[in-house]
Design a protein around this ligand. Structure first.
Ligand SMILES: [Zn+2]
Length: 325
């Protein structure tokens, strides 16, 4: 395998395959993109870490889209961060925001884990392929377990693909600059024979009486790949001096790893005046009238990018009525 430079490539997803283990995966590194999202909103550190993990996970999942479409990760929970949304718009745009209670975040303390800050509720993963195609949504309960474990549950239950995900976030200082970085690694076991994909059952918990947990052994190739991924340390996912290629080589060089063309990402919102008008069309005339300020204008702030739109109420009504836009 070639090692194309020792420097990590930021804001990019690197697909790879370990054919000897029937494994495919992706590695992601976010630098300026995640730092811009966090800085734009001025999120406190604890919130920044959760949104960094969510953005890395979204990039890992969304970058598999082969079409023009959108992948969305959304959590709705009862924790200090009660709403978190990350959008991946194919082929390369990422945006995110979190809604949180600053007092509860502060009270949770510096040692709070992401799972504690999200609390209980659910994680929804939605693929929207445009008006011509049906959308797909998978939902996983969040019960304090955090996003890595929720991703494992999603793939186990909804996709039935043995999957391992690692996520890491850090605020880095040095060289007079500082910024947030996030990284992730996802590995999936995709043998040609589905028979080899069996997974041990989850703890049956409150399963009905008579439920018998299967104890089929997992496939040796998957056990090996999974065990290797479990050795990945957080700094290997985010260190600017460790390229994704180098991490993959460390993990899989004995089996041979093939990397494919990296895909660049960028932080970009898709809000526009046209989309605001389209949104206004979904409200009643009375609701729109209630939005108009004393100056005769409607102010709308995009939650993702904080861009402020100020629209003349009369123009909004004319455009809503015209159905153009
Ligand atoms: Zn925006």
């Amino acid at each position: 395998m070639n090692l194309p430079g020792m420097e990590g490539r930021d804001d990019a997803v690197l697909p790879f395959a370990v054919e000897a283990l029937d494994v495919r995966g992706r590695a992601v590194r976010l630098g300026p993109a995640i730092d811009a999202i966090i800085a734009r909103h001025g999120y406190p550190d604890a919130v920044a870490r959760v949104i960094g993990e969510a953005a890395a996970l979204t990039a890992l999942l969304g970058s598999s889209l082969k079409f023009e479409g959108r992948f969305q990760l959304q959590t709705k929970t009862d924790g200090p961060i009660d709403l978190l949304v990350v959008d991946y718009d194919a082929p390369d745009r990422l945006r995110a925001f979190a809604r949180f209670d600053a007092e509860r975040v502060a009270a949770a303390g510096a040692s709070a884990r992401p799972g504690d800050l999200l609390g209980h509720g659910h994680l929804a993963l939605t693929i929207d392929q445009g008006p011509e195609m049906s959308s797909y949504q998978g939902v996983v309960p969040l019960e304090g377990q955090g996003l890595e474990e929720a991703a494992h549950q999603y793939f186990r239950q909804s996709e039935q693909i043995p999957t391992r995900v690692r996520l890491a976030v850090a605020e880095q200082f040095g060289g007079g600059a500082h910024g947030y970085r996030a990284g992730g690694l996802m590995v999936q076991f995709l043998p040609t024979s589905p028979d080899r994909m069996r997974q041990a059952d989850l703890d049956p918990g409150d399963a009905p009486a008579g439920h018998v947990a299967r104890d089929d052994p997992e496939d040796d190739a998957w056990v090996e790949a999974r065990s290797l991924v479990d050795t990945v340390e957080d700094h290997e996912l985010i260190d600017p001096g460790v390229a994704s290629e180098r991490l993959l080589y460390r993990l899989f060089h004995e089996r041979g790893v093939r990397v494919f063309e990296a895909q660049d990402l960028r932080e970009a919102c898709r809000c526009s005046r046209e989309r605001i008008i389209a949104m206004m069309r979904r409200f009643s005339a009375d609701d729109r009238a209630a939005m108009v300020g004393d100056d005769g204008r409607i102010g709308v702030t995009c939650e993702f990018c904080s861009r402020r739109y100020t629209l003349e109420a009369a123009e909004v009504e004319a455009e809503v009525a015209s159905g153009s836009a």
